[in-house]
Design a protein around this ligand. Structure first.
Ligand code: COA
Length: 273
């Protein structure tokens, strides 16, 4: 993965979170390589600001999350902060609130997201990756949630996503042992969607992002909203939201463009309207 980080991008959290954009693709880089991109509270907050900025940038149609340094996506929360800010239940609740608010932004993100995982993806890093819509990884990556090794309760949201991706048995195995698994196993159990050689991961991720960026934004939004509702308990599903986005999509200029482009045998130009 290229470690060239665009100088035109915006830094957050003292440069430990970076963003840049190109051709409809927004990239957020976790940039704390000395600590394997461990997330301090300041980084969680910077991550939230970066997500918000790319969400509000109309030129961005898809967002990639990645780690700097070639050794880790994110190695989890910054354990060195725990003594001060996460040492008991009350402190932990405050800590969780501040970091969960940023993850909630990702959970409800209106644009498609891809986690590009090269190296360690552990603890809170898994939480971030599991909240992304799609996970692509290098062969060299390792995945795990070492909460039981640290005495941490992983929380409802993180476990809900883990169970929905890998099922309850693998979730228990990972959580009870704190074991790390490699990319081949992560692929087999459904934790990641595709695995590439390290040298190809970034190119493949960008190619997928560009494909998504060129497709019809409203159709993608409809899929995103509908799949999110499918994952909810039936009693909590917002079927109206599905109907609203479905109507917006089928009444859109882009749908007309898609039909016309097909008939005229040319590439469609979608505008998200
Ligand atoms: N929090 C704080 N610091 C971390 C960290 C984390 N989650 N993960 C790594 N670091 C720091 C290490 O303390 C080390 O710092 P040092 O150079 O000052 O000694 C540095 O990053 C490099 O880590 P190191 O362990 O030497 O690298 P490695 O490549 O051999 O191993 C990991 C990488 C990620 C496997 C290992 O650091 C690790 O197990 N980290 C903790 C993961 C974890 O428990 N995450 C869940 C947190 S809730």
């Amino acid at each position: 993965m290229p470690d060239v980080i665009s100088t035109t991008g915006t830094p957050y959290a003292d440069g430990k979170i970076l963003t840049h954009t190109a051709d409809g693709v927004g990239v957020i880089t976790f940039n704390n390589p000395d600590k394997r991109n461990a997330m301090s509270l300041e980084m969680w907050e910077g991550f939230g600001e970066a997500l918000t900025a790319l969400r509000d940038d109309d030129t961005v149609r898809v967002v990639i999350l990645r780690g700097a340094g070639g050794k880790a996506f994110v190695s989890g929360a910054d354990i060195s902060q725990f003594e001060k800010v996460r040492h008991n239940a009350a402190a932990s609740e405050q800590y969780a609130k501040r970091s969960a608010a940023q993850r909630a932004l990702l959970a409800d993100y209106p644009k498609p997201t891809i986690a590009c995982i090269d190296g360690y993806c552990l603890g809170g890093g898994m939480q971030v990756a599991m909240l992304a819509d799609i996970r692509l990884a290098s062969h060299e990556s390792q995945f795990g949630i070492p909460a039981a090794k640290l005495g941490i309760a992983y929380g409802y949201d993180g476990l809900r996503h883990l169970v929905s991706l890998v099922g309850p048995s693998w979730a228990r195995l990972l959580m009870y042992t704190g074991m790390r698994i490699d990319s081949a196993e992560a692929l087999r159990i459904g934790l990641v969607e595709r695995v590439f050689p390290q040298g190809e991961l970034w190119g493949e991720t960008m190619a997928m992002a560009e494909t998504i960026a060129q497709n019809a934004p409203l159709a993608i939004k409809a899929a995103k909203i509908t799949i999110a509702q499918v994952l909810k308990d039936e009693s909590r599903r917002d079927m109206e939201a599905i109907k609203v986005i479905g109507n917006a999509c089928m009444d859109s200029v882009d749908f007309r463009e898609g039909r016309q482009a097909f008939m005229e045998k040319r590439k469609p130009q979608f505008r998200g309207k």
